[in-house]
Ligand binder design. Structure first.
Ligand SMILES: Nc1nc2c(ncn2[C@@H]2O[C@H](COP(=O)(O)OP(=O)(O)OP(=O)(O)O)[C@@H](O)[C@H]2O)c(=O)[nH]1
Ligand SMILES: C[C@H](OP(=O)(O)O)C(=O)O
Length: 247
């Protein structure tokens, strides 16, 4: 039998927190329904490819988070049943959002839950970062002052690929276009310490065909995402391209 616990933060926790959050940092993984994910690849890839890609990337990020000893837990905010089942298998907590209202809304729900659980901070990780490694998590978690935020810049589009906030509500999440400068602005407004930390493996998220080609040419061959791409329609396409910051 599965417990369904409505939270004061909104949404429903499905299953119990396997580990007490205590004073630690909770990873928050927002996950859109797989069949709706990666719409920017829509012109070149069908829905089945996009859904399978989203699921493989989610598994890769989930596996690294749940296997890392430095996190107090992993909270997955989603309405995707397949992601919910993976949480049960990997010891993560599933927080079911009422509606799929957007990335920032899902992150805010995770933040409110982290506050209620007494977490010292949250590490927000979008799940389109399949090259994430355990030592990236070490670097993200190191050196953040309280109150403070650490931000992972995206190489290609002025975005934010990860966000560590201590306490969990140190700033308002502003994911979307130009989110890096918006997050810096929020941190300045809140008067909290800010670090920008570029980490090679997670400096590029997977949004476009160029990102897919870059990832396939990368060294992340032990990931489920790499195996999925290497055995699929991109197998012979290893053309990769650089990208530039958009000012
Ligand atoms: N829970 C939840 N997660 C979301 C929502 N929207 C986006 N996400 C997640 O946020 C992260 C980054 O999302 P995007 O890069 O915008 O990914 P996407 O929406 O799949 O891609 P596009 O459709 O191409 O914009 C991924 O982990 C998504 O699954 C939402 O409404 N709810
Ligand atoms: C979420 C967004 O990234 P993208 O939608 O481009 O992956 C961002 O970097 O804030």
């Amino acid at each position: 039998m599965t417990d369904r616990i409505p939270t004061k933060a909104g949404g429903t926790i499905v299953g119990a927190m396997t580990n007490p959050v205590g004073d630690g940092v909770l990873a928050v993984l927002p996950v859109k329904r797989f069949a709706a994910a990666k719409s920017r690849l829509g012109p070149t890839h069908g829905i089945r490819f996009r859904a399978e890609l989203a699921e493989a990337m989610f598994h890769d990020v989930l596996r690294v988070c749940t296997g890392h000893g430095g996190l107090a837990g992993t909270l997955v905010v989603t309405r995707e049943p397949r992601a919910a089942r993976a949480c049960a298998r990997h010891g993560a907590t599933h927080l079911r959002e009422r509606d799929e209202a957007g990335l920032n809304e899902a992150v805010e729900l995770g933040i409110r839950h982290a506050l209620l659980a007494g977490a010292r901070g949250v590490l927000v990780l979008p799940t389109d970062l399949p090259a994430l490694r355990s030592d990236d998590l070490d670097a993200m978690l190191a050196g953040c002052r309280v109150p403070g935020v650490s931000l992972g810049p995206a190489d290609c589009d002025g975005g934010t690929n990860w966000l560590l906030a201590c306490p969990p509500d140190a700033i308002r999440p502003r994911f979307g276009p130009d989110s890096l400068s918006l997050h810096v602005h929020e941190a300045v407004k809140a008067g909290v310490a800010t670090r920008i930390v570029r980490l090679e493996g997670v400096a590029r998220d997977i949004d476009t065909d160029d990102d897919l080609a870059w990832f396939l040419a990368s060294s992340a061959r032990s990931t489920e995402t790499w195996r999925f791409l290497a055995n699929g329609p991109l197998a012979d396409d290893t053309t990769t391209s650089d990208c530039e910051y958009h000012e």
